[in-house]
Design a protein around this ligand. Structure first.
Ligand SMILES: [Mg+2]
Length: 379
């Protein structure tokens, strides 16, 4: 099944409400949509929506990388996925998010040809079955305790078992009050996950986690600076709260260091940071061999990248903590209509490939600048 045409389009996704993290305020997301076509029509799609703080390239660099690589894909057969991905990895070592878009589009195409979902396509090759659904966490974005409690109540009523909130953006006392409000509303059975986005100094993290541990925290993502693996490892060893590496594990070589140093109890996988589904599976296997679990999260991506992350999560073996993939509702508009979570889980779409295709009308609303196409014969 040969690729006859590659189309690239830039887009901009506005958030319904800006999300405030320790790293700053996120009001909109910009990305690049990749679509592969064969002689009979659409083959597959992928998305690069890089997010700051995770060792990804900037969106202009994603675009430049994809413009450079797209002509080389024309004429390739998607069944040669492994060889094509080898070439992509060699050609664009500094652009993991652009690589993840091509990786997703190629997996989408390869799985569609076999009439399977990407998750089933991946799982079958490893002698296992894919999950039919993936448990996801609710992300509670509000700052003040009252609004947080109201959001927690809604999430629990909708069936979410894991609630995540951002911490470290203000003083520890504020975080204690916010976590207290969520725990009081959510009840004892809810899992509470925190994400500090590297906003605490080591001593602050130690103090904060000691004060937050009585609220029975499931885990804390990135309590300290991404580059301070020694501090992360010390907190892992000392703290009553389990520690997950997110920004510290952005990129395969960084994730490998986290694993070697046993610096975290779990690693948070973002496709755009590690370069796609294929390297993400390798990372998950490497982590599992060291007794470190993984979960998959979106970097506030559009529908196509979230679909790829969902397919990856569904293909992972063993126990899987709730994944951070229920972020579609945070966006005002999207690349495709995508079913949201039901009772705290995302059900895999029945359609083959990624299970979601970009809606032609979406680009008319959220596209930025002209589309660029590359075709056989040189376009
Ligand atoms: Mg995080």
């Amino acid at each position: 099944m040969k690729i006859r045409r590659v189309a690239l389009a830039r887009f901009r996704l506005a958030l319904r409400e800006p999300l405030v993290t320790a790293a700053g305020r996120i009001g909109e997301r910009e990305g690049v949509l990749v679509r592969l076509y064969g002689s009979a029509g659409a083959l597959g799609a992928g998305e690069a929506t890089p997010i700051a703080g995770f060792e990804m390239e900037r969106v202009d660099e994603s675009w430049e990388t994809l413009v450079a690589l797209a002509p080389r894909l024309v004429g390739e057969d998607v069944r040669d996925l492994e060889a094509i991905l080898d070439g992509v990895e060699t050609s664009a070592p500094q652009a993991p998010c652009a690589r993840s878009a091509l990786d997703a589009a190629l997996h989408d195409a390869a799985a569609r040809i076999e009439g399977r979902t990407v998750a089933a396509w991946l799982a079958v090759r490893r002698g296992r079955r894919a999950r039919r659904s993936v448990r996801v966490n609710a992300l509670l974005g509000a700052r003040d305790p009252e609004r947080l409690a109201a959001a927690a109540a809604r999430a629990v009523a909708e069936g979410f078992e894991t609630l995540k909130l951002k911490v470290s953006g203000s003083c520890i006392e504020d975080d204690v009050e916010r976590v207290r409000a969520v725990r009081r509303t959510a009840g004892r059975r809810a899992r509470l996950r925190l994400d500090a986005n590297g906003g605490w100094k080591e001593e602050e993290a130690r103090d904060a986690l000691a004060r937050l541990a009585p609220f029975e925290i499931e885990l804390v993502e990135q309590p300290v600076d991404a580059n301070d693996l020694a501090a992360l490892a010390r907190l892992r060893a000392e703290s009553a709260v389990r520690v997950a590496a997110d920004e510290s594990a952005a990129g395969l070589s960084r994730a490998a260091r986290v694993i070697t140093l046993r610096a975290a109890d779990a690693i948070c996988i973002k496709l755009g940071a590690c370069g796609g589904i294929r390297p993400a599976l390798q990372l998950a296997e490497h982590a599992a061999a060291a007794g470190i679990g993984v979960f998959v999260t979106s970097g506030l991506d559009g529908a196509i990248a979230r679909a790829a992350a969902l397919q990856l999560a569904a293909a992972l073996p063993g126990p899987l903590p709730a994944c951070g993939l229920a972020t579609g509702d945070l966006l005002r508009d999207d690349l495709a209509a995508c079913p949201g979570p039901v009772r705290g889980a995302l059900v895999l779409p029945r359609a083959t490939g990624l299970g979601v295709s970009p809606a032609a009308a979406a680009l008319a609303r959220i596209g930025v600048g002209p589309e660029v196409e590359f075709e056989a014969g040189g376009a």
